[in-house]
Design a protein around this ligand. Sequence first.
Ligand SMILES: Cc1ncc(COP(=O)(O)O)c(C=O)c1O
Length: 496
Amino acid sequence: MCANVSSSKLLNTDKRQSLILIEKTAMNAPLSTHEIQALDSAHFIHPFTDHGDLATRGARVIDRAEGIYIWDSEGQRMLDGMSGLWCVNAGYGRKELADAAQAQMMKLPFYNSFFQTTNVPAVQLATKLASLAPTVGGRSFQHVFYSSSGSESNDSNVRMVRRYWDLLGQPQRKVIISRHNAYHGSTMAGASLGGMSGMHAQGDLPIPNITHIGQPYYFEEGLPGETADEFGVRAAGWLEAKILELGADKVAAFIAEPVQGAGGVIIPPDTYWPEIQRIVDKYGILLVSDEVICAFGRLGHWFAYEKFGYRPDLVTFAKAVTSGYIPLGGVMVGDRVAKVLIEKGGEFNHGYTYSGHPVACAVALANIELMERENLPGRVKDDIGPYLAKAYATLADHPLVGVAETCGFVAGLVLVKSKTRGADGRMQMFPEELAVGMKCRAHCFKNGLIMRAVGDRMIIAPPLTMTHAQIDEMMGLIRKVLDLTMADLKATGQLQ
Ligand SMILES: Cc1ncc(COP(=O)(O)O)c(C=O)c1O
């Protein structure tokens, strides 16, 4: 178990004590969990974190990892059902990725690609990615723009989309349509493209010319008597309605995740993507597929648009391109956009110091080679994906589970108070203030399982290297934490 220490102890570490800790850190002397937590709280601002609250608990210190497991500083082992943060697709401890980084660091640790210069790993990776991205409906991807993250890549998308329409003499086409509850990153443009109201509430977002439509979430938005397929067509229709409301000549692009990840693993009905494709084609607007989570085997394909059969013009990637071992992101630029940017564009005034970083690209190449050798996308498609789907479907028997669904190697389930449908045709949910998802997540941590709570949706995205036995082990843990959550709710009178 991770040591818990009181806020006063963490925040009021006295001056003498903190000097000792700083000295110990400088000397690389081993630190206790408590000491690490004190320094963490004193110096490290975490992303998406309430720091006052964290200081009262002390951060869990993750110390090492191997395969699909991580260990904290107190020695507790946890099955990492989230692949870090949707990225460690190849699992932990893959020596060849470290070797690739080391070899490249010794040969050429960095050089920029601004000044008419390039480097071999960046060229090799772009060539490899172009060969992996399937051509759909005659549209291929021959070009890559590099960044270091998903957020930066989506900023690049905004720049490229606007530049594209400017070059075509339609500068009034500025608006990018996204969806509520989407996640496209945390920079100003990324957070604006995303549809997270909590993020918009801080920092005057979204920036101008970005707007949102509803998400294709059947469990929450489907009408009584409406099938999932009917709902899929209706949800896609919100895009057409928005285009007509804005005026088609004002709309530059539609951006969406193939399956919404951080929003809670929202899997669209089969009818959704074909209808979206019909609509973007009808109005000639660009389609951006944000595959920061869904690419590199996560849904059983190198790129997820192939699974759903749509034809994007730009594809965002990051995370699992290196299995998270080193930061790298980018945009696959389809022929339609690349042709205009290259042939009509002149200089494109956009780029990052680390665009095409040789070490990151070398690790990505080693990671892709490993994934090809172990056929990780194919395993998800034909073996462990269907195995997980079958096991996961059985969770629907659990009294707390309203719906349990998977897509490739992501899965979500909804915790409900009662499965009996009310007059509105919906199952009964727990009051939000009960934070049942967080209760369930606390049981996960205590019982050695990393599972994420998004409201009362519990989600997973485990490493693609999992064996059947490890999936069975994970399913056993999920059932256990569901039982413990139910027992808690009964004990406190929240459930009969
Ligand atoms: C779909 C999607 N887009 C963009 C991002 C942002 O990526 P990053 O955190 O690397 O900036 C994420 C991160 O989770 C994501 O899931």
